[in-house]
Design a protein. Sequence first.
Length: 145
Amino acid sequence: MTIKRMDHVGIVVEDLTAATEFFVELGMELLGEGPAEGAWIDGIVGLDDVRVDVAYLRTPDGQGAIELTKFRSPLAGTAEPSAPANTLGLRRVMFTVDDIDDTVARLQPMGGELIGTVEKYGDSHRLCYLRGPQGIIVSLAEELS
């Protein structure tokens, strides 16, 4: 048996609206949002009395997706929201964009904070890390050729 595809990345957030708006401004399409609760979700996540609000977003090419989840019950645990990029665990999500400077400029008023600087990688890409809502690190790449 082989993997058919990677379906989506799940991100737990406190402010679902702000996180959704951030990823929509990045260029993702909001496919759906709403609540989920019941025995089926309790069983999946291994917690009792789970009540969540979820937003599901897709990249314009239809190949990647993000599921943003706000836990209403039980409340989400806390993690260091500004953990550095070398912290163990899932740390970032990368997107290829048309214009990295424009993307950074559009996301900064929404709380996007450039972690370092925009750098050129050889002759192929310009790259940067941007911290978004709840400390989510978004890596951006602009193809140069």
